[in-house]
Design a protein around this ligand. Structure first.
Ligand code: SF4
Ligand code: SF4
Length: 104
């Protein structure tokens, strides 16, 4: 059994169950709660090397990548005017929409 180390903001709600590898991502959040990805490590200032990602967001009964939704917030940029472009590039770099690539 895989343990989710930290789930923030769920208020005790039931989480989505991780699907099979390469099935559509359902936002279970397991991958990002296990360890931060390269995007988080490289672009979120002072992000710890281990533990859950600081950009994991919970909304509408699933997790979302905050670096796709509002990267300026996590990158501590002075404004959010480039969020749409940065978020799109980050989504592409992460392989968003290509299915669950988590091995566990
Ligand atoms: S990629 Fe897989 S483990 Fe990560 S949130 Fe999506 S379904 Fe869950
Ligand atoms: S930056 Fe996004 S994809 Fe990467 S670990 Fe954080 S929430 Fe997950």
């Amino acid at each position: 059994m895989v343990v989710i180390h930290l789930i923030d903001g769920t208020a005790g709600q039931r989480l989505p169950v991780k699907p099979e590898k390469w099935a559509a991502c359902n936002g279970c959040g397991l991958c990002c709660s296990e360890e931060p990805c390269g995007v988080a490590r490289q672009f979120i200032p002072d992000h710890p090397e281990e533990g859950p990602c600081l950009a994991l967001e919970w909304e509408a009964d699933r997790f979302w990548c905050g670096m796709v939704r509002r990267p300026s917030h996590y990158m501590r940029l002075p404004n959010d005017w480039a969020d749409w472009a940065l978020g799109g590039m980050i989504a592409e770099a992460l392989g968003a929409g290509r299915g669950c690539d988590a091995d566990f």
